[in-house]
Design a protein around this ligand. Structure first.
Ligand code: FAD
Length: 547
């Protein structure tokens, strides 16, 4: 094509524009962007609000001038696409100087998403802002600099949590409200537990399972009334209740959409000839659960933008867009939390047969200074063991493990394959068996029946039907245990098998320890002695986090 027109000049749009130029020195490449800035770092916005990134200019990676100079791209800010004629292939653009018609051979729609605005009375208060643009971040930062002491963040997704965390570290009193039972709703409950505890440690007033019902603007500050009847006073309010694709203009033009997300094929082509869509605005199918929803993450978006340009410029060799598996990460105080693939809730809802293993390994050799626990959960398919998802939280080493697991998941590996991964090891970095290798060992034990697990969510049934055997030390038991649990430290187990058999009175025995390591040992002894035995996945550490 001799002309490429792109709507939206940030992650997907600019990736496509830059790649298109590198492939074709002669094409006319135009980007129209509604806002004042292109190529800005959305992901850095929460850190400008909190002050970690002091200068807003640092968030602006390129300007129209630098893009023109480096890439010869015609970038037009304050140009909003307001109508599209898919037959005549003309885009109507509103500018400060009036309306214009632009024509192109290829059109790339990369309008991203806009913040959801729930129907909360009082949401139009000037103290309420979303966080989507550099201007939003600058306004929130100015409010904080101008003496705001209290902040309310509505919505505990990634943006809400990052913003709350950043403001709390700045010393503000922050309340964080979400209807979900825990922060970062895509996380499994036992992983999110650690995030919630860290937010509380940072001083965040975390209110989950409740919603903001109304906001009452006041002279000095606003008052939010929650559905649980409590109130929160705030000098500034950040609305972070999720996003929806910003596609009304294109849906009105007849481009096929599903719940606002533009339907695309494996190359990003829309239902209109000559029009592609990419980024937060485009539909994607979850490879594990089959769920159809856009994935609003910068990594897949940037890479997909580039591939769409390939399909336009050299369709014969273009690779299809990889389906995003939802790998995401956040810093919360001293912790890092990350996930990839499907979570427990979505897997359970999808009807897929799956297993989960929970582990609490150290990120590096226990004898090397600074050893810290990683709480790790890995989901894999029953039968063939194919990896389906993983989550981890801890002070160190989380990013590396989730990235390895994301790579394994993308490659279609089974949990047993994790045993064979040759991962870098020296004491400051890992263990001779890396946590990912250990997940493979535990998972393959589960698959071949060497290890049988019970889970925190089985607790009620276990208490009703089984003997609970606690194989920790007396001191650990005394520091906190399940009322019904019989204590037999694992070192005494072999001598006391008869006593345990009597205590079971024919019931199954469900073993637990602190992390799952000793209960595995105990389970092997009991199973070989003929007991109906199972070990608690992740032990008391997971149980406490899940309850
Ligand atoms: P955007 O980057 O949103 O760009 C779309 C652009 O299109 C916008 O500038 C918009 O003004 C413009 N536009 C829309 N409609 C029109 C129109 N009709 N005419 C002209 N222009 C239009 N992802 C991560 O992976 N990690 C993170 O840590 C992370 N942190 C984030 C923090 C924040 C505060 C935000 C907002 C997002 C974060 N994301 C993160 C998500 C990531 O930024 C997005 O997935 C990514 O930017 C999407 O790229 P996009 O090009 O589809 O849309």
């Amino acid at each position: 094509p001799t002309s490429v027109l792109i709507v939206g000049g940030v992650a997907a749009g600019m990736s496509a524009a830059a790649r298109a130029r590198r492939l074709d020195e002669h094409a006319r490449i135009t980007v129209v962007e509604r806002g004042d800035h292109v190529s800005f770092a959305n992901c850095g916005l929460p850190y400008h609000v909190g002050g970690d990134i002091d200068d807003a200019d640092d968030l602006i990676v390129h300007t129209p001038e630098t893009l023109r100079a480096a890439l010869g791209i015609d970038v037009r800010t304050r140009h909003e696409a307001v109508a599209l004629d898919t037959v005549a292939r003309t885009l109507t653009v509103r500018t400060d100087a009036g309306t214009r018609l632009l024509h192109s051979d290829a059109l790339i729609l990369a309008p991203g998403a806009r913040a959801v605005r729930p129907p909360i009375p009082g949401l139009d208060s000037p103290r309420v802002r979303t966080l989507r643009t550099v201007e939003d971040a600058a306004a929130l930062r100015a409010a904080a600099d101008d003496g705001a002491r209290t902040a309310l963040v509505i919505g505990a997704g990634f943006i809400g949590v990052e913003t709350a965390e950043s403001l709390a570290r700045r010393g503000m009193d922050v309340s964080l409200v979400d209807t979900a039972p825990h922060p970062l709703p895509p996380l499994d409950g036992d992983i999110a537990h650690h995030v919630a505890a860290e937010l509380v440690r940072l001083g965040v007033d975390l209110r989950t399972g409740t919603a903001v019902a109304r906001i009452t603007p006041g002279a000095d500050r606003d008052t939010a009334t929650l559905t649980d009847g409590t109130t929160v006073e705030a000098d500034m309010i950040v609305l972070a209740t999720g996003t929806v694709p910003d596609t009304a203009v294109f849906e009105d033009a007849g481009i096929a959409c599903e719940r606002g997300a533009i339907v695309v094929d494996e190359h990003g082509r829309t239902s209109a000839p000559g029009a592609w869509a990419v980024g937060d605005a485009a539909q994607a199918t979850d490879p594990v659960t089959g769920a159809r929803r856009p994935v609003a993450l910068a990594g897949p978006t940037n890479r997909a933008g580039r591939l769409v340009a390939d399909d336009i410029m050299r369709p014969d060799t273009a690779r299809p867009l990889p389906v995003p598996i939802g790998t995401a990460i956040a810093q919360v105080g001293d912790l890092t939390v990350a996930l990839t693939g499907a979570n427990h809730r979505d897997l359970a809802a999808s009807g897929t047969g799956f297993h989960t293993v929970h582990l609490h390994p150290k990120q590096h050799a226990g004898y090397f200074p600074g050893a810290a626990t990683i709480h790790l959960a890995v989901h894999f398919r029953a039968g063939d063991g194919r990896l389906l998802g993983a989550q981890a939280v801890g002070a160190d080493g989380v990013d590396k493990r989730i990235d390895v697991l994301a790579t394994a998941l993308r490659a279609g590996l089974a949990v047993g394959d994790l045993i064979d991964l040759d991962l870098a090891y020296a004491p400051p970095y890992s263990q001779a068996k890396d946590p990912v290798n250990i997940a493979g060992l535990v998972g393959s034990n589960v698959l071949d029946g060497t290890l049988r697990l019970w889970h925190a969510h089985d607790l009620d049934a276990v208490l009703a039907e089984a003997l609970v055997l606690d194989v920790r030390t007396r001191a650990e038991y005394d520091a906190g245990h399940l009322d019904a649990a019989m204590l037999v430290p694992h070192t005494e187990l072999r001598e006391r098998v008869g006593e345990i058999r009597t205590a079971t009175a024919g019931r199954p025995v469900r073993v637990l320890c602190e992390s799952g390591v000793r209960s595995n040992l105990a389970h092997r002894i009991l199973a070989q002695a003929g007991f109906d035995s199972a070990a608690l996945s992740g032990g008391m550490m997971t149980l406490r986090a899940a309850l």
